[in-house]
Design a protein around this ligand. Structure first.
Ligand code: ZN
Ligand code: ZN
Ligand code: FE
Length: 754
């Protein structure tokens, strides 16, 4: 029997290729009816058999375009209309618009075809875009999303562009950044002092030539500047490293096409899909043995971070170059990415040989996102271009407006209106005045675009975080949330987990409720709140926070915990007698030697004990190197550990037996790869054993340590094997980029602020 239904879909369903998707799906199922855009969402009417309609609805949910977000689907039944075909109807423009700000979207297939077609009026035009692709968040000043409220307002559309813009049947109908060579922005090539050398396509050709010759070019892209050099040229790479003050952190690469990536890296089907997605993030991929990229791009790292071109400008540059380039954020060290020419001339001129700039202003800095496939699913390590500021929908009745200011490293901020949480793009480590300004700026612009005055502001409980201080000074009513609690709540929120959860929150450091440094925590959550249940055995860090970079100090503190004064015979690295004396005195007299239960510091200590490195250049470097040692090796073995109950009834995981066995293995010249695998396996075992003791069905894993593929994949596997339901971060980073979501979730779930 044939039925007629009307489907109303709300969410981010416009300007994301939703109508063509519905049209094709309906046609393929033989349904009759229409699809239509309204300011409140998409309306579909369809006639067909019960089961076909059911499949249609199911597939709308599961196969929807990647950028789109469905907040609500409602279905009504009507009497038959006997539609003759399925069509896309003209938009109905009545009513007030829905307020989702879309992220920037990578150039679509149709637009790429146009810029490659010599007969098209947009042939080689670097600012080509349409309703399905192009800049959004980076150029929007305020809502509703209209050209007059974007940085495109200074360009008046020519007649042809305007005709496209006004025509509901055109691919560029209401494409706000619509432009062409006649009326739109253009590029220029400048010297490092800002003298103009070339315009238009000649500028791109000259820039490509300069890259081939080994020059460093600062290219203004979508959400900011990149420094670009030839990825095969070791001298250029080294020169860029030195000038950018970035000694060992990996550089990202941009490849002309997917096939060239496959020559250099192993690419699974899921990874390929992610590379080609509308978000087009940097994807971490494993190098092949015969990979042509020099090691200087990612020192001591078997992975490469690779993205495909995501704007027409990048596509055109890559057409001329035909080879991969290094494309790293246009900044010095950890400062925010540079977004305008004036600022670039000041900040970047000493690094770059040339500037390739354009005159479409960037309103917000948006870095490239970084993602990785773990357990065959996408996890986001840095959430920015393509993902921000799409909301995460959480399960709450709370109607208040909340602002959360995030953590300290890899900072993001978020605002929520009821159940929608809008998370900012990656802001960065709040270590410099530039980053701090960018943090303040992002908060101001977020309040402006969502037109909110927060009812309540929430920050990390760490009293010295600059973000916490900002919240306290600037707002009257603030709430504090413990760092590791936020991590777990970010998982609970994005996965909408119901019922009690055991959260396993492992990272480098966070301010604990007992004022010590936490980071190896097991926390139980239920509808009333949270309770810490277990933690890794504590050890002290002589020198306090200096041990975060000088990781031999972590090892020193760890060995002192086991051997006391006798530790020195196990210390595997050369430290001057003087420093040894100082560190010992610090530990003995308990001067600047805070206690920690951190898993991240345990990774550091083990790496240091194994002689992998004494110091790290960036947070997590030693842990990454331990992870890399597991690649290509396999073992089921693990080391011993004990779980004991302390006087407060907390389980304490004693790693002393493990460290003793690691030292023994090292003495017996066991391969470091095997030691690393056994160390990782021990951590997995610790996780499953504690989960078995606590006996909550739901287990959530979060914190920077779970960016480690070996640790996360094997923890998931073992927990599933033991009958647990396992959840981890996919939409927000497991690192501190996810803290802002967790902070909002805490207030929404546990605080009666209605
Ligand atoms: Zn397009
Ligand atoms: Zn035009
Ligand atoms: Fe953290």
């Amino acid at each position: 029997m044939t039925h007629r239904i009307k489907i109303s879909i709300k969410g981010a369903v416009q300007g994301v290729g939703f109508r063509p998707f519905i049209y094709k799906l309906a046609k393929s199922l033989g349904l009759k009816g229409y699809v239509l855009n309204t300011p409140q969402g998409v309306i579909i009417e369809a006639e067909g058999e019960h089961n076909i309609l059911a499949e249609f609805i199911e597939r709308i949910k599961s196969e929807k375009p990647p950028i789109s977000l469905i907040q609500n689907i409602s279905i009504e039944k009507y009497s038959l209309n006997n539609f003759k075909e399925f069509e896309i109807r003209k938009s109905d423009l009545r009513g007030s618009p829905n307020a989702i700000v879309l992220p920037d979207i990578a150039t679509c297939k149709d637009c790429i075809e146009e810029i490659c077609d010599p007969s098209n009026r947009r042939f080689l035009y670097p600012f080509t875009n349409c309703t399905n692709c192009g800049p959004r968040y980076s150029i929007i000043e305020s809502l509703p999303y209209d050209r007059a409220r974007t940085t495109m307002k200074k360009f008046n559309m020519c007649t042809e562009c305007n005709t496209e813009y006004e025509n509901p049947d055109d691919r560029r109908f209401h494409a706000q950044p619509n432009a062409c060579p006649i009326c739109g922005p253009h590029v220029e090539l400048w010297t490092s002092n800002g003298r103009i050398l070339e315009f238009h396509n000649d500028a791109i050709i000259a820039a490509a030539k300069a890259i081939k010759e080994g020059k460093i070019i600062a290219i203004k892209g979508l959400g900011g500047f990149h420094f670009v050099v030839d990825a095969m040229n070791v001298d250029s790479i080294n020169r860029l490293r030195k000038k950018k003050n970035r000694e060992e952190k990996p550089f990202a690469l941009m490849y002309p096409n997917i096939n060239l990536i496959k020559n250099d890296c192993d690419v699974t089907e899921t990874e390929e899909k992610l590379l080609l997605s509308a978000q087009a993030p940097i994807v971490l991929l494993k190098r092949k043995d015969n990979c042509g990229i020099p090691g200087e791009v990612t020192p001591l790292n078997p992975n490469l971070g690779i993205m495909l071109p995501y704007t027409p400008l990048h596509h055109i540059i890559m057409m001329y170059l035909k080879n991969p380039i290094v494309a790293t954020s246009g900044n010095i060290a950890e400062e925010p990415i540079c977004i305008d020419e004036k600022d670039a001339l000041k900040r970047l001129k000493d690094v770059t040989d040339l500037f390739l700039i354009h005159n479409r202003p960037i309103y917000r800095n948006v870095d490239d996102s970084i993602a990785r496939i773990i357990s065959n699913e996408r996890v986001i390590l840095r959430r920015a271009r393509g993902y921000a500021p799409m909301p995460v929908i959480i399960n709450t009745e709370n109607k208040k407006t909340i602002l959360s200011v995030g953590g300290h490293l890899k900072n993001t901020i978020a605002v929520s209106k009821g159940s929608e949480v809008f998370i900012s793009q990656h802001i960065g480590d709040l270590e410099t005045i530039e980053s701090y300004n960018s943090f303040c700026n992002t908060i101001d612009k977020f309040q402006e675009i969502y037109e909110i005055e927060p009812d309540i502001v929430v920050s990390d409980s760490h009293p010295d975080y600059i973000s916490s201080k900002y919240a306290k000074e600037k707002f009257k009513k603030t709430e504090l949330v413990q760092h590791h609690v936020s991590h777990i709540l970010s998982v609970i929120a994005e996965n909408e987990i119901d019922g009690p959860v055991l959260g396993i929150s492992w990272d480098g450091a966070g301010f604990g409720d007992d004022k010590t440094i936490w980071g190896g925590e097991f926390i139980r959550f239920n509808e009333c709140g949270y309770k810490r249940i277990a933690h890794l055995k504590k050890f002290r860090l002589p020198g306090g926070e200096s041990s975060f970079k000088e990781i031999y100090k972590s090892a020193f503190g760890l060995l002192y915990e086991i051997y006391g004064d006798d530790e020195l015979k196990y210390v595997p690295f050369n430290i001057s007698e003087k420093e040894t004396g100082i560190l010992l005195q610090m530990l003995k007299k308990n001067i600047n030697s805070p206690e920690c239960s951190s898993a991240g510091r345990l990774f550091d200590a083990v790496a240091s004990i194994l002689g992998i490195r004494r110091k790290v250049k960036f947070e997590g470097q030693a842990a990454m190197e331990l992870e890399f040692l597991t690649y290509g090796f396999a073992s089921e073995e693990n080391y011993n550990f004990e779980i004991v109950k302390d006087k407060n009834g907390l389980y304490v995981i004693d790693w002393i037996p493990m460290i003793k066995q690691i030292l023994e293995d090292k003495m017996n010249y066991i391969l470091l790869n095997m030691i690393s695998i056994k160390f990782h396996n021990t951590l997995v075992k610790i996780i499953t054993e504690v989960a078995k003791l606590v006996k909550e069905k739901n287990v959530a894993l979060s914190g920077g340590c779970f960016q480690n593929k070996y640790l996360l994949e094997n923890s998931i596997k073992e927990l599933l094997k033991n009958g647990f339901r396992v959840f981890w971060n996919k939409e927000v980073p497991a690192n501190d980029g996810g803290i802002s979501l967790g902070q909002i979730a805490y207030l929404s779930y546990f605080k009666n602020i209605k």
